[in-house]
Design a binder for this molecule. Structure first.
Ligand SMILES: NC(=O)c1ccc[n+]([C@@H]2O[C@H](COP(=O)([O-])OP(=O)(O)OC[C@H]3O[C@@H](n4cnc5c(N)ncnc54)[C@H](OP(=O)(O)O)[C@@H]3O)[C@@H](O)[C@H]2O)c1
Length: 260
């Protein structure tokens, strides 16, 4: 399948591109820094551009069968608009070229029922503080993005991970339309979940929480790597064979505990 990945040069995006190529897709990786993109493959095309540039987005979406987005920006107290403006451009380009399938990454705090069952201190102290301070502008823009997506007439799926962390293999992660089961999501699981949307009709027009059930990093490690900004190194390689038809996502919707 011809797919374009926005946010391809990010921590999740690189995993997504590698996994998509391994599964045989023809991938267009959209990034502002194609010269710094570390992956080369016969089925990979690099599309240099800014998602805020409608013409660059339009060109990248042309000829695709599906769009996957894991765009991201760091937490900031300043206003953030990359998610909503970028998605507006993506949606416009999809309509222009008749591309219908979209899966994009948001975040669990955007869900009004957000409850990761993280215990009293996490739920009542840490989470509200993050949501109201450093995360406020990001979640605000992610809500705007979700609103644009859900109001579109396209075949969309929104994936909401919890705190992201690096892991070396795909696990039996949980995908649910209800309450999340955990505070953390590995990027390998998130990348796999994005890919699974390509052949899954059940998830169309749903916003789904994605959480990693086993091997969670703990709040301190997450805080140091993700909030303070010291991201752990990306795995050197990742590969996930095509999953058998999984149908309706549920517990263990991933392709299992496969070493990468
Ligand atoms: N970190 C967490 O704990 C957490 C929790 C829940 C949800 N999320 C969400 O998960 C997603 C993926 O996170 P991540 O940490 O894997 O992402 P990341 O490493 O921050 O990568 C995001 C990528 O987005 C691209 N990007 C940003 N602005 C762009 C622009 N104007 N035009 C084109 N590309 C742009 C950048 O690529 P270039 O610089 O190459 O263009 C960047 O590499 C994000 O949406 C994030 O909000 C994160």
């Amino acid at each position: 399948m011809n797919i374009v990945c926005f946010g391809a040069n990010g921590a999740t995006g690189r995993l997504l591109v590698r996994q998509a190529l391994t599964e045989g897709h023809a991938v267009t990786a959209f990034t502002r820094h194609p010269e710094a993109f570390p992956i080369r493959d016969d089925r990979l095309q690099l599309a240099g551009g800014d998602v805020l540039d409608p013409s660059a987005v339009d060109k990248a979406v042309s000829g695709q069968k599906a769009v996957l987005s894991c765009l991201g920006v760091p937490f900031s107290r300043k206003p953030i608009s990359v998610f909503s403006h970028g998605m507006a451009n993506i949606l416009q380009a999809m309509r222009h070229h008749g591309v219908r399938r979209l899966a994009c990454v948001s975040a669990t705090p955007v869900d009004p029922r957000y409850d990761t069952r993280g215990g009293f201190i996490f739920e009542k102290a840490l989470k509200p503080v993050i949501s109201r301070t450093i995360g406020r502008t990001m979640y605000h823009d992610l809500r705007r993005m979700e609103s644009l997506v859900t109001q579109s007439d396209l075949d969309w799926t929104i994936l909401r991970p919890s705190g992201l962390f690096a892991a070396s293999s795909i696990t039996d992660y949980q995908v649910t339309g209800g309450l999340t089961a955990g505070q953390f999501t590995s990027r390998t699981d998130l990348a796999d979940c994005l890919l699974r949307q390509l052949d899954d009709d059940w998830s169309i027009h749903r916003a789904l929480a994605v959480t990693t059930v086993s091997g969670q990093p703990g709040f301190l490690r997450f805080f140091l790597t993700e909030v303070i900004g010291k991201k752990t190194a990306l795995p050197a390689r990742s590969a996930c064979p095509p999953a058998a038809s999984e149908g309706r996502p549920s517990m263990g919707a991933a392709c299992g505990r496969r070493p990468l």
